[in-house]
Design a protein around this ligand. Sequence first.
Ligand code: ADP
Ligand code: MG
Length: 727
Amino acid sequence: MVDLDTPLKTLLGARAATLLADGLELSAVGDLLNHLPRRYHERGELTDLADLTLGETVTVQARVEKIERRPMRGSRRTMLLVTVTDGRLSLTLTFFNQTWRERDLRPGTTALFAGKVDEYRGRRQLVNPEVQLLDLEAGGDGDVGGEAFANALVPIYPAAAKVPSWTLAQCVRLALDSLEPVPDPLPEDLRQRHRLPPLAEAYRLVHQPDSRADVASGRKRLSWDEALVLQVALAQRRRQTESLATTPRMACPDGLLTAFDAALPFPLTRGQREVGAAIAADLARPVPMHRLLQGEVGSGKTVVALRAMLAVVDSGGQAVLLAPTETLAIQHSRSLRDMLGDLARGGELGGDDQATRLTLVTGSMGARARRETLAAIADGSAGLVVGTHALLHEDVVFADLGLIIVDEQHRFGVEQRDALRARGRRPPHLLVMTATPIPRTVAMTVFGDLEVSELTELPAGRAGVSTYVVPAAVRSWTDRMWGRIRDEVGTGRQAYVVCPRIGGAGADDDQVVGQDGEDGRPVRPAATVTEMLPLLVDGELAGLRVESLHGRLAPAQREAVMTSFADGKIDVLIATTVIEVGVNVPNATVMAVLDADRFGVSQLHQLRGRVGRGSAPGWCLLQTAVEPDAPAWQRLGAVAATSDGAELARLDLAQRREGDVLGAAQSGGRRSLRLLSLLRDEELIREARAEAVRLVDDDPGLDGHPTLRRLLNAVLDEESAAFLEKG
Ligand code: ADP
Ligand code: MG
């Protein structure tokens, strides 16, 4: 008898175990049972041969059509050419020195063939494929492989070169046949509430199903394991955060915050007031705040953040605002300084009495300036600090860090948050801000340990943005696009032209990734900043003041360009996505995105948030060379049709792989979310969350659930190992 921890060597012998370990990294019985079929063939159903991709290792079910023996040139040996078919298309199998196969592969025989697809004289073929006969009518010949396919559905496993799918099926059969009763991580009452089979039964259902319903039921059960473990981990984190002690921070009645509010040139929106109150209440508690603030581009998150920072400074602490890039950090420090006026000029002539100092830390600052800045942070005279994440990895010492605000960083994982928290003398309060609407499932998983606030309304007086898709092939449309830019500039407004790539020599850091042709056709290289700049300066935008901005410029140069643009000294900025987040120039009213099909839905939504930030209406023109019936066009059409960020986020999630959504760290090396789909399993995740909260409330240490605790620890170990490896 074996259990889930039994080494495969014990079950299968050394040779087979080595194959599974080397090819698929499977070492214990549990690993093998968790290596799930990728899909299932109905017995007798032939694989569509049109789907084969060159270079891929495939398992196909096909019928032998004809078989031919040929002498090999310059050799006494022979080769066997077997033509197999799916009933429509055919594929050649080439066997060298395996004439004995003639006996098995008679025309009309159906079998499974596994191998790597390659090409010979323009025809797809498999060379020396592995073969598994499926005709059991002959009565079976005691072949263990045949038995593995006794069920109505034939499991097809993600296979390795030396381990064909049916070998895996045989190994799994051996494991299931000798498996002793396994302890179940899911509590019995939970299983009953949600009608889930026991663990061992679930393994049988997914590996040896008789129907699609079996598969669904087994997979659902295994998805529950994933979801519950994840949610229990998050519930425990929330509990643990609640048990930490930190310094409560409260604004004083005649302090900086009061002075700031009094000088604010606009009334706060209702949302800003409500979120502000929730944050103030959090900050006043003796446990660290742990909150996510989500709000559309332009919804006014910065003011909310700044007010929280001022409350902390009022109480004698320091607050730091972290941006994802240096350009944004520079932007932030500029706009905070603008908003604060004299209040940020502590220690300066003409500064307000109670003013504090705002410092910007960048990687490119000179040694002397850096030393002075770090000294001001260490002695506490700098109450407000702005920088990139590098700030926290370096030896920056804070006098009394009370609040960390992380801007535009929706891929900010649990581990990064932990690293930040270790920075203060006592754990600082934490506010994560994002403009990317987060689908609920992602919020419940990646951010499941945070409280979530939302800013849903835009400040009054925004005229909004009209978005149009511009077909590059239609000259009159493209002309009108450039015309619109010239018109806006003519009335004193400014414009952005966004390109997918930087171009020129060197690596394209800002390049938009993952944009293959929709149907595998190679795509035309996308427009680049360096090539558009001279073209536009001499052509469509002649006479206007045009500059470029991208990630390869030196930080000082980037800063200079941004300042000139903000000051209105540049009419048109030709840029990459470096302007995607945080850039705030209300006078910019039009944006043309070239080769817009290369961008994701959420990204386009973010980009267009750069215009229409003032009282004048904004224009966003999405130029594309794709045809109106292409999926990419539909995507652009969706962006043009709605400004509902949540709807676009759902669309975006549907089109990306989940690893991209979660980021590598959060997906825990992809292990912890193997079955669970953030797209399809919202209901399940929600239920698992409720169950997890109940479990952890009743039994925080899971003492009554040792099997669940063991699974949880294994997953957490794996995740922290993965995180440490990434450094
Ligand atoms: P985001 O949420 O994208 O970070 P910002 O905080 O940059 O948005 O705000 C966008 C613009 O709106 C800024 O120019 C800011 O000064 C302005 N703003 C913020 N709150 C209000 C308000 N309540 N009324 C009017 N304008 C506001
Ligand atoms: Mg912002």
